[in-house]
Design a protein around this ligand. Structure first.
Ligand SMILES: [Zn+2]
Length: 245
C-alpha cells in the first residue's frame, strides 16, 4: 500500500513531505539518486492509462471536454475503480480551478476518480498553498500537466473589479481574494470593451506564468519537459474549454 495513502488524509502528507523533498531534489539536480526515487514512485501505478506525456495529457483533457460538450460522457465504473485507488493515486493532470459550483472539472473533462488533481479557490489564482499542492502533484504523483481554468462570468473576478473600482473593501476575509485577482484587473482596467472577460483571461495568463516560474519544483519540472502549464477558459453556456495560447 502506498505510504501516502493511509486512511487519515492528513497522515498522507506527513511521510510525503520527506519524499517531496527527495523528489524535489531530483528535479532540481537530476542526480541519479533522485531519478531512482521518481522511478520507484511510478512503479505499478493504480491507473496505468494515466501515465502520459504532457502533450498526451492535454489531448486527453480536450477529448474528454469534447465528449462532455456533446453530451456523450463515458460511464465511469466507480465501484471497481475504488479498490485500485485505495492503494495510491496517479492522476494524469492537475487543475487550478475557480470554486464556482458551475465549474466541475471532473465532469467538464469527463474524468473519473484518481484522474484529476484539482485545487480550487474562487478566482483560480495560485496562492502559496495552491503552489505547494501542485508541487506535491508534480513531484510526488508525477502529474505531467497543470491547467489553470478560468471561466466566463466569474463572480470573484467581477467582485474584485468592483471593489477596486469603487475602492470599497469586501467584508470578512474576501479582500484576500481581491488581492489575488487584483494584478489581472489592474492590467486590463484601462482597456476598452469587456473588462470582465479580459480580466478573466489575464488572470489565467498571469497564473500560468506564475506556476511556470514557481521555483524550485515546478520551474525545474517545466525546464526538464516533465511538466507543461497551460491555461483555458470554461464557457458556461456550452461547457467548452477554450485553450489560451
Ligand atoms: Zn469564478
Amino acid at each position: 500500500m502506498c505510504e501516502m495513502c493511509r486512511d487519515n488524509p492528513f497522515d498522507r502528507f506527513r511521510p510525503s513531505r520527506r519524499k517531496l523533498l527527495l523528489v524535489a531534489a531530483s528535479l532540481v539536480s537530476a542526480k541519479a539518486a533522485g531519478a531512482k526515487e521518481t522511478k520507484k514512485e511510478s512503479k505499478a501505478p493504480p491507473k496505468p492509462q494515466n501515465v502520459l506525456s504532457p502533450d498526451a495529457s492535454l489531448e486527453r483533457l480536450l477529448k474528454g471536454n469534447g465528449r462532455y460538450v456533446e453530451g456523450v460522457s463515458l460511464r465511469h465504473d466507480f465501484k471497481h475503480e475504488r479498490e485500485a485507488l485505495a492503494g495510491g493515486q496517479n492522476p494524469y493532470a492537475a487543475i487550478l480551478s475557480c470554486a464556482d459550483s458551475r465549474i466541475a472539472p471532473e465532469y467538464a473533462f469527463d474524468s473519473g476518480r484518481g484522474d484529476l488533481f484539482v485545487c480550487r479557490v474562487a478566482g483560480n489564482f495560485a496562492t502559496s498553498e495552491m503552489i505547494a499542492s501542485l508541487e506535491y502533484a508534480v513531484a510526488v504523483l508525477g502529474v505531467p500537466l497543470i491547467l489553470v481554468l478560468g471561466h466566463e462570468s466569474c463572480g470573484a473576478v467581477d467582485a474584485a473589479i468592483k471593489s477596486l473600482k469603487d475602492d470599497k473593501a469586501l467584508p470578512g476575509h474576501m479582500p484576500s481574494l481581491v488581492e489575488g485577482i487584483a494584478p489581472a484587473v489592474k492590467a486590463v482596467s484601462q482597456q476598452a470593451g469587456d473588462v470582465l472577460g479580459k480580466a478573466i483571461r489575464q488572470n489565467v495568463i498571469d497564473n500560468v506564468r506564475k506556476l511556470n516560474s514557481a521555483t524550485p519544483i515546478l520551474s525545474a519540472a517545466v525546464e526538464q519537459r516533465k511538466l507543461k502549464v497551460v491555461g483555458g477558459v470554461y464557457g458556461l453556456r456550452d461547457g467548452r474549454v477554450e485553450m489560451m495560447a
